[in-house]
Design a protein around this ligand. Sequence first.
Ligand code: JFZ
Length: 479
Amino acid sequence: MKAKQLVVAVALAWAALLPVAKAQTNLVSQVETKAQHDARMEWWREAKFGMFIHWGVYSVPAGEWNGQTNYAEWIMEQGQIPVSRYEQFAQEFNPVKFDAKMFVKTAKGAGMKYMVITSKHHDGFCLWPSALTDWGIKSTPFQRDPLRELSEECRRQGLKFCVYYSIMDWHNSDWGTRRAWNDVATGTPDMDHYTDYMKGQLKELITNYHPCVLWFDGEWESPWTHARGVDLYNYLRTLDPKLIINNRVDKARAGMAGMSTDAAAVGDFGTPEQQIPPAGFGPGVDWESCMTLNDHWGYNQHDNQWKTPATIIQNLCDIASKGGNYLLNVGPTSEGLIPPPSVERLAEVGEWMKVNREAIYGSGPTPFGAEAGKFSGVEKDKDGKPKFIPAWDWRCTSKPGKLYVMIFNWPVTGKFELAGLQSKIKRVWLLANHKEVAFHQTAAGVTLDLPAAAPDKIASVVCIEITDKIARVAAHSTL
Ligand code: JFZ
């Protein structure tokens, strides 16, 4: 065999071995039984609704740089602001109106059960006084610790305190893809050194504030690897065995759809972003859709594209009906205030939750399949005129012995058909006023005789109590 052929043959043999070699180097997460995993995820699965907070030094420019007004937390990158110039924003970050009580009260009032705040976003700015860098709250006139105040207040008011932490860091000299406009960086990027820095910071966060979730992000650039993700996941779980960690700690997320595509990937839940998946992912797959209230995560003074309370409430119903959680964002100002349009909308969500919360907390997905609520058709109104019933009409959640039908578009005839329900119905009532609803059950399903007017304009909830297990329903059943 000639030398060249030998090289090719060896290369081919090596290539053939590659998948095996790769499988052998697949790192796995810490060993945990299903029961242990379920116990760790229990509060999170029950909670359903949380507040995301994007707050950092980017709230100072408030979305504006060089005549452009469409920025927010990405302003340093998108505006290619020299890091030394960006650092100056810290001197103007003095959120004297920040009141942890109000933040927690706003979240709790909306019916949220947990809070996830940016301890460090991609700009590397730390919202707590880290011993490992001066780039953070320590370099601002604001000599307080927002994470301490919020974590203590969450504990007082019974909310779970959680933190977001960006893996990518545009400020740190060691992050592997250093920006051309990082004029403060020195030396050569060193990812091992950077990983030590991350671990040190995360240890600070865990020991000082006891976050219940670590919500990673910024994992997509090449310096971050599957091996680093697995190592970090395992390290954090040794610091706090109860910790819940999102899938962005690893590399397998399918873009904005947010679910991991690799069975070897670590992470306790998937993270769809700015979208709600068309259906759930079946039992045992945990996920959380994160969404903005307007069009930005961080504060942008020009953004008035606020979602309506109807959209927010119906998104919550939609997500719950598919078995997911809803993480809804606010972007506080550099004065430390949650923008009033956000506060107002969250208060409206809270009004709805006061009446209808049992349809959300601790609920499981719809037994009817995600397609069922998409029914659209034509009904006759009381004058006999045809009326189109828009798509995405209703959603359903479930609990043992109960179904919660959340109706967005009240039927003009007052008759609501629920095709395919086989379980024996005991009683039906409206959560809004506890009034009983008459029903006619047949082999094909059930018809509800609803009152003429919807008790709630946005989503009226009908509770259906059944005597037996939820029986397989319709063609699209997910049970
Ligand atoms: C990320 C952040 O960049 C953003 O600032 C915000 O914190 C959000 C919650 O998460 O946004 C992303 C992440 C991934 C993609 C797009 C935006 N992606 O994969 O296309």
